[in-house]
Design a protein. Structure first.
Lengths: 162, 173, 669
């Protein structure tokens, strides 16, 4: 990775971590929130929740809600517009998934490739407890009975107190 | 006993994955639009705002859609390759001017040269979202049936053109 | 000149570390006493040389020597002096040098405090730590040289990342590294035990205070990182399940499991091979964290200079250290022996169940963090795993652990009595359920029952505190006698446990209430406008330009009132750091016992308005308080006098010779 690309990546990461893109961001004619119809309080909460469940593709370490990238701005406005049209949460999620793939969602879909991810922890917990139970039962259970020899030695210790 | 080897085995598996992961780019987002029909671009042309770019009219040929902007540095660097593609290889090259002011875009083309047959003006980025665009430049290869077959992220170098994009186009033709 | 001295010190330190590693190991294996006796002086020498190297780098920073490439890349002449010093660990090379410095410091501490340990054993421990130093030094000297020169020298530096120009950030990395590196002590003890075959209750007693100290530092380090994110980053959040945050959390979870597992091994000599494995895993997770931050395999805000070449070295280093120790474990663990037995319901089994849960939790965080890489490598697509996944998985996993945390201290060793436990805990249980149901009704706003998550969180929090109180009451009053006198006679570790367990409860209460009842507004405010949030009125009174040592800013004035009475005035700023041309929104937060008031500026809209973020977060400070209590608990436990008395016991043991002793076949405590 050459130095220039290194620097660019680093600067992008820094800029995104603060939330302001320094590279000449376009003064775009994106529809501002003011131009869209206002949402009800319940819908505003839905918009917030959706934006927190989606990943910003430019500042990839922020949710759509937190990112100040122009693309994030546009996508938030789209969510707003679609909610005003009456779309459901699932439909809006599908909209972005169709265009940007699974990467844009912060909770991974439940499909064969991610079964291990979603079920793994709980399977591991069950396995861990099963192993623990089995080991405990084995150890607290039968201790080998004393042989006659050991029994005699024990008796000698107890009698003589030494 | 075998169970004592489990931690070592698990670690080695993880190490292998991590080693292979080092050669990957975690930031690259593969396109979700591959093999899907190219969304309509019903936008005014940059140089002739009265006309519109119609994806349907381009059926029957393999063509490229290049997303660019006047504020994008690498876009200027890939112009020579794009010109080469358009002229020497004769592949129709259309542009999507993304989140840009039309005057700035026209000035940029005038200064740097215009390799595109035509550029559509996507000032608010809405069509870009339909295509799954998240950065500039990006380039789409669209086949004769109007489906997106390949997406190249970032600037096209002669090497990338030769090894990745050209084979795709030749296979389609 | 000075940078060259620093580089030379590092080279000498490498030679010393090599001696520290090879000679004692040879000595321990063959009985060659001279080799063993090299260990302690080598540790002292390595520490002094590393201090010298670090001092040279620090001198270069403070005196603005921009002919050193690393200094030029991370500092600036206008940077205030304190930050010029802290900038030493602001980048990859310097932070590695800090890692090394702290490692040699811990090694020195072990060398000094282990005089009562058998020489062969101590030699092996120091040799393992020396081996880790060797790996770090090779990395520093060949791939990450902090003293590399820049010719011609830069005129002015590139400045320290503005995000790091904050007091919290000065202390956060050293604390975190103290924790990471501190776990290498437990690791070294584990390896030495496997090599020598001496693994018993006494070994556990030796290891425990070191592990507790490391755990305390790591707790403080993570706390500082979260607090910094909250106070500086301007988004009101404090934990994002970012890969690098997870990288610090996994060793913490494993370290917690290790501390509790050591209790069982120390008291009853049981589950030794499991404890050894945990000690290896905890330190391995520390190294994995280093790998994740510096290799570029995952995107993260924290990533240092992303360089796959360096990543490959760290991976190789990790393979040698972790792979080697796990191979040693597979070979030697079966000979370690079993220890005392105990029944299905006993303090041991409860502690171990807790261990299982903590380990699975750490494992699931690891799974979630690395899964995207695995899928990408297999070409099965790219996915994102973030807070929704981790919260959905982590909370259900930890719930049994927190429940068991309340039951464990009450249970008897070897065999506990279920009805007896039930009787002792029923009051605590009732109190916690009552709190979970009733507290939401008392929160501001229309009385309503809490959501399931809130009820669960409150129940866990109240259970943690109530069960700890019940245990304290039982210990102090059981069997008669003055409880005050009893209070004075308890070992420090017991107080530590009380504080730490109660701290967890307070932490959970803070998280539940802050997340469940926060009020957030992100909106466009005109100058002079007022916004209501959570019972408080925030007014955007004025905006004026201002300057700092290396930035210019727009400073807003936000008086806050409640029921007409003024509460506080907040001054959020939008700063522009001139050298890096980087904008930073500096939030202003008023932290109180029952709530935090948070205001941050966003972007200007037109000429007279700005987007503003206003938040009211109830009981936010309880999150930090809970963590501090945990850390304090760990500190108290580490200082328990019983560990120092262990030294006398060790002195009475026959001095072990170099070959694996008869201890290997010993069972039982």
């Amino acid at each position: 990775m050459n130095a220039a690309r290194l620097l660019a990546t680093w600067l992008l990461a820094l800029a995104c971590s603060v939330g302001t893109i320094v590279a000449a961001a376009p003064a775009s004619a994106a529809p501002t929130a003011a131009a869209l119809p206002p949402l009800s309080a319940a819908d505003q909460q839905r918009a917030d929740k959706l934006a927190h469940g989606l990943r910003c593709l430019v500042c990839q370490n922020q949710t759509l809600a937190d990112s100040n990238a122009p693309l994030a701005h546009d996508m938030r406005n789209l969510i707003h517009a679609q909610l005003a049209e009456g779309r459901s949460d699932a439909q809006i999620m599908r909209f972005f998934e169709d265009r940007y793939g699974d990467f844009v969602r912060y909770d991974p879909p439940f499909k064969p490739a991610t079964w291990l991810l979603w079920l793994g922890p709980f399977a591991l917990l069950a396995l861990g407890f099963w192993v623990l139970l089995r080991t405990l039962k084995r150890r607290s259970g039968a201790r080998p009975p004393l042989t006659a020899d050991e029994r005699a030695r024990a008796a000698r210790f107890l009698d003589t107190g030494s | 006993m075998l169970r004592y080897l489990l931690p070592l085995g698990a670690f080695m598996a993880m190490a292998v994955f991590l080693a292979m992961g080092l050669s990957r780019d975690p930031r690259a987002v593969p396109s979700a639009m591959i093999d899907k029909p190219a969304p309509p671009i019903d936008l005014p042309l940059l140089q002739a705002p009265a006309q519109r770019l119609d994806v349907q009219s381009l059926r029957g040929q393999v063509w490229l859609l290049n997303v660019w902007a006047s504020w994008c540095g690498p876009c200027r660097d890939e112009l020579p390759v794009l010109r080469d593609v358009a002229q020497r290889h004769g592949i129709p090259l259309y542009g999507l001017n993304y989140k840009d002011k039309p005057e700035d875009a026209r000035d940029w083309l005038a200064r740097n040269g215009n390799p595109y047959v035509a550029s559509a003006s996507d000032t608010d980025g809405r069509v870009g979202i339909e295509y799954g665009v998240y950065g500039v430049p990006e380039t789409f290869v669209i086949d004769g049936a109007g489906r997106i077959r390949y997406k190249q992220l970032g600037l096209i170098t002669p090497d990338i053109w030769r090894t990745r994009i050209q084979p795709v186009i030749e296979a389609l033709q | 000149m000075i940078p060259e001295i620093g580089l030379f010190s590092l080279i000498l330190a490498l030679l010393t570390a090599l001696a520290q590693t090879i000679l004692p190991l040879v000595g321990a294996a063959t009985g060659w006493q001279a080799g063993l006796r090299v260990a302690r002086p080598a540790a002292v020498g390595q520490f002094c040389l590393t201090v010298l190297a670090f001092g040279c780098l620090a001198w270069s920073f403070v005196h603005n020597d921009f002919s050193v490439l690393y200094v030029a890349g991370n500092s600036h002449a206008d940077l205030p002096a304190a930050y010029r010093f802290a900038a030493v660990w602001g980048g990859h090379e310097g932070s590695l040098l800090l890692w090394l410095l702290l490692l040699t410091a811990w090694t020195l501490a072990v060398a000094v405090f282990s005089r009562r340990l058998p020489l062969a054993f101590a030699g092996r421990v120091l040799a393992v730590m020396g081996g880790i130093s060797v790996g770090l030094l090779l990395f520093l000297l060949f791939l990450s040289n902090p003293f590399e020169r820049l010719m011609p020298p830069a005129m002015a530096g590139r400045d320290l990342n503005p995000l790091l120009q904050d007091p919290g950030m000065i202390v956060h990395p050293p604390m975190l590294y103290m924790g990471y590196v501190g776990f290498s002590v437990a690791f070294a003890f584990a390896i030495a035990a496997l090599l020598s075959g001496e693994l018993d209750a006494l070994w556990a007693r030796w290891v425990r205070p070191w592990t507790l100290a490391a755990w305390t530092f790591l707790t403080v380090g993570i706390l500082l990182g979260s607090a910094w994110a909250y106070y500086v980053l301007g988004w009101g959040g404090w934990w994002f399940w970012d890969p690098v945050e997870n990288a610090s959390f996994m060793p913490w979870l494993a370290g917690t499991a290790l501390i509790h597992s050591l209790i069982v091994t120390e008291r009853r000599g049981a589950f030794r091979s499991w404890t050894v494995l945990l000690a290896i895993c905890t330190f391995s997770l520390s190294i994995l964290g280093t790998f994740l931050v510096r290799s570029g395999v995952l995107t993260s805000v924290h990533a240092f200079a992303v360089d796959p070449g360096r990543g490959l070295y760290i991976l190789a280093f990790m393979t040698v250290i972790v792979g080697g120790s796990l191979a040693l474990y597979a070979w030697r663990a079966p000979t370690v022996g079993l220890g005392g037995g105990f029944s299905l319901l006993s303090r041991e089994s409860l502690l171990l169940s807790n261990n299982v849960v903590l380990t699975v939790a750490a494992g699931s965080v690891l799974l979630g963090t690395l899964y995207p890489v695995v899928l990408d490598v297999l070409d099965w697509g790219k996915i994102s795993i973030g807070p929704p996944y981790f919260e959905a998985v982590f909370v259900p996993l930890m719930t049994p652990a927190i429940f068991l945390m309340g039951v464990g201290p009450m249970a008897r060793w070897k065999q506990a009595d279920m009805p007896d436990l039930g009787r002792r805990l029923r009051v605590a249980f009732a109190v916690s359920v009552a709190t979970a149901v009733m507290l939401p009704l008392a929160m501001p706003g229309a009385p309503r029952l809490g959501s399931p998550m809130i009820v669960l969180g409150l129940w866990l929090a109240a259970w943690s505190v109530a069960s700890t109180a019940a245990h304290a009451a039982q210990r102090l009053t059981d069997g008669g006698g003055q409880w005050l006198r009893r209070l004075g006679r308890q070992p420090r570790a017991w107080y530590g446990m009380l504080l730490a367990h109660a701290g967890i409860g307070i932490f959970i209460a803070g998280v539940t209430l802050a997340n469940g009842y926060e009020v957030k507004h992100e909106l466009r405010m005109e100058l002079g406008a007022t916004q209501e949030a959570g019972g408080y009125q925030f007014t955007f009174a004025s905006l004026a330009p201002t300057t700092g040592p290396n930035y210019t800013a727009q400073r807003a004035v936000f008086p806050v009132t409640r029921d007409g009475k003024p509460v506080v005035t907040l001054y959020p700023e939008k700063r522009l750091y001139t050298v890096q041309d980087m904008a930073l929104s500096q939030a202003d937060i008023d932290s109180g016992f029952t709530r935090d008031l948070f205001v941050a500026l966003g972007e200007p809209v037109g000429d007279t308005a700005w987007t503003v973020r206003i938040q009211v977060k109830p009981f936010m400070t309880w999150i930090w308080t809970g963590c501090l209590l945990m850390a304090l608990g760990g500190l108290l436990a580490a200082g328990d006098k019983r560990y120092r008395r262990a030294q006398d016991v060790a002195a009475r043991l026959p001095k072990a010779d170099a070959a694996p002793s008869a201890h290997a076949a010993r069972g039982g405590a």
